[in-house]
Write a protein that binds this ligand. Structure first.
Ligand code: GDP
Ligand code: MN
Length: 382
């Protein structure tokens, strides 16, 4: 969320307004105490994991305590892009002379970071890029050389930035690039970066996308991550090092496989039959029976799910391990659930033997198409 971006940016010396965060669950006294310390005018900003808050009424100014109270209640009542507002960030209002856009992102096609700058920041940067592509300038950064002042001078001159802003922009960009590298991010975006009434630059909104794989060495970012209210099962699955993807909220079918390609083919084939897939879980390579049992347990924690298609192509993964895990999981599952299992590869026969005991709950199939057909049929029955 934005205020977290603020904390990260401040640590790298990027100027941004210092604010307070109020939670919807704060009691009356705590809220009044925080409001009493405000100076006016101030800006109240909904903290949700989505852009376009301004347009949704999630960014409002207040010039008195009474107005702040009223706007706060209003914003807490909002749902922006399906996300209820649970936190509001309140910052001193900055006099804006001009709104700019600045970001550093990892460009996978070019295989390097790129600096993106526009003199026309604010709420509609995507439309600026479509309407006047020349107003949004990009430059590749050689990771071995790093961001240099001339990169910034280049994009600034291309977009016709006023010369007195060049030095401050070079300074902010250098700090942003350091943050991009040191925090293992894939995107750091400031929009708007504003020219203030005093003529300096200030970051009024930030978006930071962190590489999940780097969270182990980014404890500060990890702490922010765990405080976001994500889907609980996703969090639990991540703690078990599974990739769990919640899909259609009312889907009754889940797919489990060892590899995202297979998961996607299963999902595609099932969806083609107009059956909604509720969740997918990737076991990863070399899954042991314990991990399989754990994965199945997590999938069925979602009460909507009653059919699970397990599609395993055993190479490193051994089919008898998978079957052992299925057997262990079944002992703890209600009899109403249906499992469809397709296993191929190492120790297949041994695996099938283990599953033989569970004929009422488990349908064994030979290939993905049969599996999809059986899954669709079971889904129709429940
Ligand atoms: P977004 O719509 O979710 O991207 O939210 P932003 O934080 O970018 O806010 C939207 C717009 O509100 C900005 O583009 C600014 O025009 C305005 N805004 C936000 N903070 C301030 C502030 O401190 N002062 C003033 N004057 N305007 C602000
Ligand atoms: Mn913004």
């Amino acid at each position: 969320m934005e205020y977290m971006g603020g904390v990260l940016m401040r640590a790298f010396g990027i100027p941004c307004p210092d604010g307070i965060v109020l939670d919807v669950s704060d009691n009356f006294a705590a809220r009044e105490f925080a409001l009493a310390a405000l100076s006016f005018p101030c800006v109240l900003k909904a903290q949700v994991e989505a852009g376009g808050r301004g347009k949704a009424g999630g960014v409002q100014t207040a010039s008195s305590l009474a107005e702040a109270r009223m706007k706060l209640d209003q914003i807490f009542g909002l749902t922006i892009k399906n996300l209820p507002v649970k936190k509001v960030y309140i910052v001193p209002k900055v006099e804006i002379a001009h709104e700019l856009y600045l970001s550093v992102m990892l460009d996978r096609d070019r295989r390097c970071p790129v600096l993106i700058f526009s003199r026309f920041g604010g709420m509609d940067i995507e439309q600026v890029a479509v309407r006047n592509p020349g107003d949004v300038q990009k430059i590749e950064i050689d990771p071995l050389i790093g961001l240099q002042p001339y990169h910034v001078a280049y994009v600034a001159s291309k977009t016709g930035l006023e010369p007195e802003l060049l030095k401050p922009l070079q300074d902010v960009a250098a700090r942003l690039y350091r943050m991009f590298c040191e925090r293992d991010t894939m995107l750091v975006e400031i929009n708007p970066l504003v020219k203030t009434g005093q003529g300096g630059l200030m970051a009024l909104d930030a978006k930071v996308v962190v590489d999940d794989s780097a969270l182990t060495r980014q404890p500060e970012v990890g702490a922010f991550r765990s405080s976001l209210d994500e889907d609980l099962l996703t969090v639990e699955a991540r703690a078990c090092r599974f990739l769990y993807i919640p899909l259609e909220p009312d889907g009754r079918v889940a797919v489990m496989s060892n590899g995202s390609g297979m998961i996607m083919s299963c999902m595609d084939l099932i969806s083609k039959q107009s059956v909604k897939v509720g969740a997918a879980l990737d076991l990863g390579g070399g899954a042991t029976s314990d991990r399989v049992a754990e994965g199945i347990r997590i999938v069925f924690k979602n009460p909507e799910i009653s059919v699970l298609f397990i599609n395993i192509f055993g190479g490193i993964t051994r089919c008898d391990e998978i079957a052992g895990g299925i057997a262990a999981a079944l002992e703890k599952l209600p009899s109403s659930v249906a499992l469809i299992v397709r296993m191929e590869g190492t120790n297949k026969e041994k695996g099938l033997e283990i599953l033989d005991r569970f004929r009422s709950a488990v349908t064994v199939v030979d290939n993905i198409r049969e599996g999809v057909a059986a899954t669709v049929e079971k889904a129709g029955k429940v």
